[in-house]
Write a protein of this length. Sequence first.
Length: 289
Amino acid sequence: MKPSDRLYANIFLQVLSIGFLTLYLIMTSQVYPTNTLWFIVAVLLGVFGYFRRTDHTLMVTFFVIAVYGCSIIYQLYVRNHIATVGWNELIWLLCFPFFSLIGGISKRGVQSKNKGRSSLISNRKDSESYMDEPFVIAESLGFVNHDVFLRQFEEAIFMGVRNKRKLSLMIVEINQFHDFLKEYGYEQTQLFLEKVADLINDIMPEVEVKAYLEDGQFAMLLSGTERANSSIAELWLDDHFNSMLLTRPRGKGSVTAKLRHSKVDCPPHGMTCYEILEKAQQELKFSAE
């Protein structure tokens, strides 16, 4: 399920739950007058769960359940208003943790998505501030930009879950890209990036979703035979890349650049495209250490 769809599903669940609880309140308020109070408490727990930490929400939920339990004991043994604990009491004992839970789920979905976006946007700003003009791969080579790739990645995850198709994210990065840019300049680096894009197309022609991200990083979504042959593709990329040479400005000779790569299998659920991309980029950092 897409992150946006998951968020909408959580909102729909909350609205539906409040609707059912409101209907139940209307039907039982005359028999159980205190249900109005417990309805307000349940809704407030959901709001509290959305804005506060999970451990705080659990503590408040346990406190509310304890208070509700004490009120039942008071009415049962002191005021003798109810003869036994029935279905009305059980419904409220389930509603309190349920509403706090769905409030927390919605918060985590929004935070996860925003965190991934803010992290990636921050990386892009740092990269763009480093260079006067961003690098762009020619459209004819089939590499989309950063934003388009994330949208396609999100859709691919959704379709992969629906069709039970395994999916992997592969990142190929030019090692010490910023040093390379300082040494060769913008024009030579732009030319070099296009050569790398050509090389990826030659070695991995079946890949349909591919992008140039930033800082010398290329990303590919792999499935089927592409995913199975990814290890061989990495070896071929290293072999051919090491033979690609560029001339330094002012004719100072040639230097061979190197590649780094990482591959992350996309879980069927539980991670957004932002989190998967961030995990793959973290693996690149670990491989450099």
